[in-house]
Write a protein that binds this ligand. Structure first.
Ligand code: PEP
Length: 249
């Protein structure tokens, strides 16, 4: 069974609510697709207007992060229940910017993954190596450790439903894309790691995205790789080019 591609935009800290609604209108016809799942992962304050703006379209809405706590005295945090109630379907967990600037570690990310799944949100779990780690030749070991720690206590059936995004940190927002061979090598290794821990059936089902300076010019080649099931797209998700990435064929 072929895996359905999934292309998600990560808007990061861009777009005020009114700009967000305008972008949804601009992209509406450009991102229409029968065979690709399309997701806009947007800043918390944009969630409600974006859910409204994409109603009746093929676009689903994601959050960029969430708390692993249920509710209560956690100022500034957003819970899974809040996201669900607002109409969110996906949540990015463990983006390298969260890992770096907010010191999120694998133990807390594992709690977030478990909470998202418990509530019925689909995690887009990010992993990736630094340039230093790549140059040291430890990329695959590092990614395997991240995946195994972040997915601790997640069942095979749950893993089959989630999305993993391989995002080499050195390629994010830098204009440097991993070569197609580099991206495929790591996505394949992630699938092999899933097969080893959860079995081949699960590994065949889980969707693995590549992220890192994906653009209208490189999406087709990247997404044609056997282990790359779409992309997590930062900068290029904020403009009309995102439509070309979704309709990459
Ligand atoms: C990202 O933020 O997840 C990302 C991949 O950004 P960019 O496409 O801008 O490199």
């Amino acid at each position: 069974m072929a895996r359905r591609k999934i292309v998600a935009g990560n808007w990061k800290m861009n777009m005020t609510p009114s700009q967000a609604v305008a972008l949804c209108a601009e992209l509406k016809d450009l991102v229409k697709s029968d065979d690709v799942d399309v997701v806009y992962c947007v800043p918390a304050i944009d969630i409600i207007p974006v859910v409204e703006a994409v109603k009746g379209t093929n676009v689903a809405v994601g959050a960029e992060d969430m708390s692993f706590e249920e509710k209560g005295a956690f100022t500034g945090e957003i819970s899974a229940d809040m996201l669900l109630d607002a109409g969110v379907k996906y949540v990015i967990i463990g983006h390298s910017e969260r890992r770096e600037y907010h010191k999120e570690d694998d133990a807390s990310l594992n709690k977030k993954v478990l909470k998202a799944i418990e509530k019925g949100l689909t995690p887009i779990l990010c992993c990736g190596e630094t340039l230093e780690q790549r140059e040291m030749g430890i990329t695959l070991d590092w990614i395997r450790t991240q995946i195994k720690s972040d997915l601790k206590d997640v069942t095979a059936a749950q893993v089959a439903e989630l999305v993993i995004a391989y995002e080499p940190i050195w390629a994010i927002g830098t204009g440097k894309t991993a070569t197609t061979a580099q991206a495929e090598e790591v996505c394949k290794a992630i699938r092999e790691c899933i097969a080893e821990v959860y079995g081949t059936d699960t590994a065949e089902k889980v969707r693995i995205q590549y992220g890192g300076s994906v653009n209208a010019g490189n999406a087709a080649e990247l997404f044609a790789q056997p282990n790359i099931d779409g992309g997590l797209v930062g900068g290029a998700s904020l403009k009309a080019d995102f439509g070309k990435i979704v309709c990459y064929k």
